[in-house]
Design a protein around this ligand. Structure first.
Ligand code: FCB
Length: 462
């Protein structure tokens, strides 16, 4: 990419920040909310670093008015948040909790009044525990329950909310939750994980016509976590391994949504690897499912953090060609490489290969070990650098013709980072958990300037 000193974004470009219900709300059992799988998981000893839970988190359930005021202060055009299904429907289906409906309804009103467009994610990983007890995502009935929930939510907020995201990162729900066991519900079963992935996609497809019926102006999409996969060397084995990883993470979700069905190489891979037992893998796919999943979307939401460099384990190191790809030094606190060019490559591929009508970056950001300085400020210069470089990469993609409509920084404020608990801070706003005090970091002030000017200036290259 040519060096550039500044980039101005198209008029009307959406500047936002994102959060999710379990990560910020707290109030896990207040006002009639039901238990979710993340409540159950974080209350199980040994599952989350430090024994942290989302019981209180950022206490956003009680402090949302002030949090909206902070968003306004930053000049955000949009705010992406998720709804806690169990706050609305404590047992997942059936009895509605009016206090839950009220909470989200008032939040939406306050956002609109502040001139901030709500982008609502229906599902960001916190399945009602009652539905997990009934089989969870590996069970088809959960997809049916999701449609009822989507109907209720879009029926309630559809007069005011026009941007809807059905799911956040179905890969993580399915694979990290049901195969790797690092997330709720903590299972380790490939059969379950593949069925879960399918039912998440099916629930996505089934719910879209329902949301559109309740909200005529709806723009509906889904958010995927996507990463480019770079072979560690030009060897055939490394290239094959990288393509396979691409299939598992990216194409398994992109292809069915784009009406291409499941990628044949990965269907075969799962079949081979799990032999006899999985000889009948994919028998959870019923007639018409793939058509339902392929229902047109208005936009694809992209969560991008880093690329992945892949080396085949089938070939001993010294048989591979000499390594030609090196990771950038200085990863983030998550151990993730900082690789802005990957965002540019990914957006280009998504547009020129898949042709979704529009793209949004629904998450991008970095965890760093922030410190409150003597002046009381958080000088998170590394985060500013990270955001700036990724925005420059996004601008290059727009210049190349990619219909990128907006960008959401992850995250509005520090929050509960899943299995890492509160040990990783991603926020533009620092949260002092014991006092719940919010302190905007330098990156928040920087982002405010970017938004106001609709322009990113990269002094480092000038
Ligand atoms: C994404 C999640 C989000 C947050 C970031 C760091 O995978 O969607 O909730 O945890 O990672």
């Amino acid at each position: 990419m040519p060096a550039s000193t500044s980039a101005t974004f198209p008029p009307g470009f959406i500047w936002g920040a994102a959060t999710s219900s379990y990560q910020i709300e707290g109030a896990w059992n207040e006002d009639g909310k039901g238990e979710s799988i993340w409540d159950r998981f974080s209350h199980t000893p040994g599952k989350v670093a430090n024994g942290d839970t989302g019981d209180i988190a950022c206490d956003h359930y009680h402090r949302w008015r002030k949090d909206v005021a902070w968003m306004k202060e930053l000049g955000l055009n949009a705010y992406r948040f998720s709804v806690s299904w169990a706050r609305l429907l404590p047992r997942g289906r059936g009895q509605v909790n009016p206090a839950g409906v009220d909470f989200y309804s008032r939040l939406v009103d306050a956002l609109l009044e502040a001139g901030i467009e709500p982008f609502v994610t229906l599902y960001h990983w916190d399945l009602p525990q009652a539905l997990q007890d009934g089989g969870g995502w590996p069970a088809r009935v959960t997809a049916e329950a999701f449609v009822e929930y989507a109907d209720l939510l879009s029926g309630t907020l559809g007069d005011r909310v026009t941007h809807w995201i059905t799911f956040n990162e179905p890969y993580v729900s399915a694979i990290v939750g049901y195969l790797e066991g690092r997330h709720a519900p903590g299972h380790t079963d490939l059969d379950e994980a593949l069925a879960a992935a399918h039912h998440l996609l099916l629930a996505h497809g089934w719910s879209i016509p329902v949301i559109r019926r309740n909200c005529v102006r709806a723009e509906v999409g889904i958010t995927l976590n996507l990463s480019p996969h770079t072979p560690a060397s030009p060897s055939t084995a490394d290239r094959a391994a990288a393509w396979q990883r691409d299939g598992i993470l990216n194409r398994w979700f992109l292809d069915p949504i784009a009406a291409r069905g499941y990628p044949a190489d990965i269907v075969q891979h799962y079949g081979q690897h799990y032999g006899q037992h999985y000889g009948h893998a994919m028998d959870f796919v019923e007639a018409d499912d793939l058509d339902a999943i392929a229902v047109p979307i208005d936009f694809l939401g992209v969560n991008y953090y880093c690329r992945s460099v892949v080396r085949s384990s089938a070939v001993p190191e010294d048989e591979n060609a000499r390594r030609t790809v090196f990771l950038n030094p200085n990863p983030t606190e998550m151990g993730w490489e900082v690789y802005p060019a990957g965002l540019h490559d990914l957006l280009g591929r998504l547009h020129f290969d898949y042709r979704f009508p529009a793209l949004y970056i629904t998450e991008n950001g970095a965890a760093y070990r922030d410190r409150i300085g003597d002046s009381g400020q958080v000088e998170d210069l590394l985060r500013i650098k990270y955001l700036k470089e990724h925005l420059m990469a996004a601008a290059q993609a727009i210049a190349a013709g990619v219909p990128l409509r907006g960008y959401f920084a992850w995250s509005l404020m520090d929050n509960f980072e899943w299995a890492h608990g509160y040990s990783k801070r991603f926020g533009l706003i620092h949260v002092d958990y014991p006092s719940q005090r919010r302190i905007p970091k330098a990156s928040a002030y920087w982002y405010r300037q970017v938004i106001a000017a609709n322009t990113v200036v990269d002094y480092s290259t000038s």
